[in-house]
Write a protein that binds this ligand. Structure first.
Ligand code: SAM
Length: 258
């Protein structure tokens, strides 16, 4: 999968991308991340990428010219004459999502990560300052994603979060091919708890069932633990989760406090 990141701070990306699973995924050609410096697409002496907001007020606004030029140089130039309506993907790249990271976007979750992992190529646009000139959002961007209801200083960490969450879902990225299947949110539940050696630590024991070697029992225990955690910590998730009759019976017991 190919990621194109557009940012004013390319130096933020290497340390994270050169570590652990993402590094291995890149080394094995499973993902490729190209980070483009928007400042390289300015033509004035001072390489200006921002300017004061029309109408006054504090902060600076990212100018449209370098952002359009950066994205068009990488993804191809768009034919605006045919399609000038806001929020419609430019015809020539309609299959490549151009995602603006913004606190005003749809809130990122595992379902969106899964949806985006189906694209072979996506572009991520990181804002800074007060944000971007609205014409970029209207005529260039095809999707807007927020990583939560709070405001950060820039879109770089949100972009890394998307790259990480999406990459984990791609074939062969995780060492264990089933690794992402049980993860929290993958199946609409929080994941069951994990234990490792030693079997006893400071008098606290790992659950015996996990040491039993009985995989049917282990599966049942894990499922019930996942249901119980979700019931206690995120009951809202149970409304959308796919539940079996047995799950529902177990939840009834939890509700009854048994
Ligand atoms: N003035 C903007 C607003 O109120 O919507 C916020 C601008 S923020 C200080 C600067 C940049 O950080 C944004 O353009 C965006 O790229 C990024 N950003 C901040 N919070 C974010 C979030 N929750 N999710 C995704 N991106 C975010």
């Amino acid at each position: 999968m190919q990621f194109e990141v557009f940012t004013l701070l390319p130096e933020v990306f290497p340390s994270y991308l050169e570590t652990s699973i993402l590094k291995r995924a890149r080394d094995r050609g499973l993902i490729n991340v190209r980070v483009h410096n928007i400042r390289d697409y300015t033509h004035d002496k001072h390489h200006m990428t921002d300017d004061t907001p029309y109408g006054g007020g504090g902060g600076m606004v990212m100018k449209p010219e370098p952002v359009f030029e950066a994205i068009e140089s990488v993804l191809g130039r768009f034919d605006y004459a045919q399609d000038a309506s806001p929020q419609t993907p430019p015809a020539s790249v309609s299959n490549i999502p151009i995602i603006l990271l913004t606190p005003q976007g749809r809130v990122f979750n595992q379902t969106i990560a899964k949806e985006l992992s189906a694209h072979p190529h996506i572009a991520l646009l990181c804002g800074r300052y007060e944000g971007i000139d609205e014409r970029i959002r209207e005529h260039l961007v095809t999707d807007e994603i927020s990583i939560g209801d709070y405001v950060l200083t820039g879109g770089e960490i949100p972009a890394l979060i998307l790259i990480d969450a999406i990459s984990r879902l791609l074939p062969n990225v995780l060492g264990d091919p089933t690794g992402a299947e049980d993860d929290s949110h993958a199946m609409g539940l929080l994941e069951y708890p994990h234990y490792t050696r030693p079997p006893e630590f400071r008098g606290w024991h790992a659950p015996e069932v996990l040491l039993s070697g009985d995989h049917a029992k282990i599966d049942k225990w894990r499922r019930q633990q996942a249901l119980e955690r979700t019931f206690k910590k995120r009951p809202d998730m149970l409304e959308k989760a796919e539940l079996t009759k047995e799950d529902l019976k177990f939840i009834e017991k939890l509700k009854a406090g048994k």
